[in-house]
Design a protein around this ligand. Sequence first.
Ligand SMILES: O=C1O[C@H](CS(=O)(=O)O)[C@@H](O)[C@H](O)[C@H]1O
Length: 289
Amino acid sequence: MASGGADVEVGDLEQVTDALCYHGEGPVWSPTWGGLRWVDMLAGDVLTLRADGSVDRMHVGDVAAFLRPRTRGGWVVATERGLSLADDADGIPEPWFDLWDDPSVRMNDGAVDFVGRLWAGTMGYDRVPGTATLYRVDAHGSVEVVVPDATISNGIDLSPDGRLAYYDDTPTGRTDVFDVVDGELVGRRPFVAHGSGHPDGLTVDSAGNVWVALNGAGRVRCHSPAGEVLAEVELPVRLATACTFGGDDLRDLYVTTSRENLDDPEPEAGALFRVRVSVPGLPVRAFAG
Ligand SMILES: O=C1O[C@H](CS(=O)(=O)O)[C@@H](O)[C@H](O)[C@H]1O
């Protein structure tokens, strides 16, 4: 079931795939690969939705955390501790470099900024507080720590003018917002405290609204730039993990789901869902490396 507020309307929810994933995450719409790709994160697989509705699966490593197109063609994928690069859309990515050695920490969600740098978030397999980091990686592979001491570095995205960055460190129960000044994230403050569910992936639409997947609460909630709730998409499964806009007009909101660690998953847990919305998303930003 889906419901919309005055400024944002949402249509009926559609199940796009069977429950193909153990832990679906990281949906990205890109003309580079002709539509939607997402990950079955802990299987280390990247899935591609073809125009006829079929799904291709490609194994890229022990973990496939998130992916983005590259400006020169091909794509980048975050694996367990590093980044891999492919030169063309359907090419298998080759390891580029690892960011750390510690096997207790893995990649999680990420994004690309307006100048083509990659933001790569991490988490400890045991979710030890303070062991996660948000890194920034430039086109040449130079790495900087942007947010230290997080616990589950999760969804991150920018406002349409690039001046704000919204960020989930899941166990805080909040989405926070930073000012982006000369590419640095400064002035961190709470944007929204979510009453239910765990803030997971997020995406910002072309009006600057922030859509947050609430893992455990089975919904995606749309907040205005002022933080008010404008709309909500309710899923038939508890573990809603991430969302992105796709389709030719960028008005299809795709939502990934999971059955990670569930003893009693719903039959649809791990499926991909889609709903039409009245406000389009923003085109994907490609990695410059
Ligand atoms: O992004 C992720 O988030 C979840 C965190 S939670 O379950 O919502 O608390 C985590 O379980 C998952 O492994 C990770 O990919």
